[in-house]
Design a protein around this ligand. Structure first.
Ligand code: SF4
Ligand code: SF4
Length: 335
């Protein structure tokens, strides 16, 4: 047994009941795919022999919209495994009895803004109210509830409102996310520029220092080389998509355009094999990052780890169609 911890993310299905423009996987919902439950349990059993402890995280698609969610949680309960999930909150009341039988470590409810107007513009009428009710219901039942909010051109001036909301509701943590540009957001004009990302980052740090509720900023913001390995490249986490494949990273799964970078396929390979391949792949990627830096083959985008990573993995070529976009450099690799 490898005595190291592992977080395994699962996409039970790429289905979501909502359709946010900023969704990084929004371009890839033409065909609905669902994880095979027997593959899911095989992966759990393999993980339990290889890692300790193992924690499961369900992301989306919307996990609560997947018909597999109740069975998946029952399988985790039978194995005494810990889990958590990210949700838009709509379907929390429907699943409450299940969540009370096998409590998640926490539930993170995602927001598109800190006001009803901004959030519901993306997610539809009454979505904001449902998200808040979802958080309140969980908290009232003793289930740890966290929230996150994407910072787009629409929500950019709602940072302080978001922190106020987090403190009023009393969520356990609140996270901000600076979302990767997508073909849809580029068309929509809703992406913030790299310098706006930096300004927002500074504002969030100031707000965090004044907040009783812990405030986080998710990985991917300005971090020039050399920087510590992210959780994926340090192999603290792995992600399995609804087809049973392990992508290079959850952040690149169903994101952008071009062939997806896939580490392996758990339908035909063991978790140990794919994990070992990841070790080589990530160490080669890190070595190449250092080499490119040393020879000066880099540009300002490379100071943003996930955007640099997405570009080098061929996921951002769509940006070549937007030559005046603030992230236009994502459309080509530096010479
Ligand atoms: S609720 Fe989340 S998963 Fe669903 S479309 Fe919006 S961002 Fe994507
Ligand atoms: S996109 Fe790349 S840099 Fe960002 S978290 Fe994933 S593996 Fe790490």
């Amino acid at each position: 047994m490898i005595t190291r911890p592992l977080n395994i993310g699962f996409e039970l299905s790429n289905l979501c009941n909502l359709h946010c423009t900023h969704c990084i996987r929004g371009s890839h919902q033409k065909t609905l795919e669902h994880l095979d439950l027997s593959l899911f349990t095989r992966i759990l059993d393999q993980a339990n022999t290889l890692f300790n402890p193992v924690a499961v995280v369900f992301t989306g698609g919307e996990p609560l919209a997947s018909a597999l969610f109740p069975q998946a949680v029952e399988h985790l309960a039978r194995r005494g495994m810990r889990y958590r999930f990210v949700t838009n909150g709509w379907l929390i009341p429907r699943h409450l009895p299940l969540l009370l039988r096998h409590k998640p470590m926490f539930v993170r409810i995602s927001l598109s803004g800190a006001s009803e107007r901004t959030h519901d513009t993306q997610r539809g009428k009454s979505s904001f109210r449902r998200a808040l009710v979802g958080a309140a219901v969980l908290l009232s039942k003793g289930i740890r509830a966290e929230m996150s909010m994407v910072v787009t051109r629409d929500s950019r001036f709602e940072l302080a409102d978001a922190v106020r909301l987090a403190n009023e509701i009393g969520v356990a943590e609140f996270h901000f996310i600076l979302p990767q540009p997508t073909p849809e957001t580029a068309l929509d004009g809703s992406d913030l520029s790299p310098s706006e990302w930096n300004t927002v980052t500074r504002e969030i740090h100031v707000l965090a220092a004044q907040s009783a509720v812990p405030i986080g900023l998710d990985y991917g913001t300005f971090a020039p080389h050399p920087r510590p390995a992210c959780n994926t490249m340090a192999q603290r986490q792995i992600y399995v998509d609804a087809r049973g494949r392990v992508p290079f990273c959850c952040q690149l799964s169903r994101y952008g355009t071009g062939p997806e970078p896939i580490l392996g396929d758990l339908n035909s390979e063991s978790l140990a094999t794919v994990f070992a391949r990841g070790e080589t792949t990530y160490s080669d990627f890190a070595a190449e990052t250092s080499r490119l830096y040393q020879i000066g083959q880099r540009d300002a985008v490379d100071d943003y780890p996930c955007m640099s990573c997405a570009r080098r993995n061929g996921r951002t070529a769509f940006m070549a169609d937007f030559p005046t976009h603030a992230w236009a450099a994502l459309g080509h690799l530096p010479a």
